[in-house]
Design a protein. Sequence first.
Length: 157
Amino acid sequence: MSNMVELNKNGRPIGWHGQCWVYYKQMMEIAFDDKNVLEYASRTKTLASNATDEEKSKFKEGQVKVKQIIMSSLSMELGQQVMMKKTGTEMWKYLMDTYEGTANAATRTNQEIILYNKLQAAKCKPNWDARLHVNNIDPIFINLLIRSLPATHDLIA
């Protein structure tokens, strides 16, 4: 498994299987924004109980776009985990909870241990490209730094 996130010609992640969450999240938010559905994915746009049929239709269309963007970016394994969610918002929340460790403290701690072990195991062998080695370690280090922040802390863009 590679640390690299593969992108299609439009800059969207494809076949993502859980590596480098921070980069994947940022690329997905760009993709959501590009298709004008970021507010649906991020739960800032909700459906009012007294919504008109036109508003309901637009909301459903936005949710379908979010689901399509998410499903087309995931590996089959991760796709199967989220495909049963009813809305795109629920899919994105599931991924956020899982990879940011907000679902529970045990998940967050386990992910930190995995990242720490990856960082410790990374060794630059003789005759390897040192720059490539540092580039491979950087996403792991960034993930560890992000996880050291409180779960409610907003990242500075």
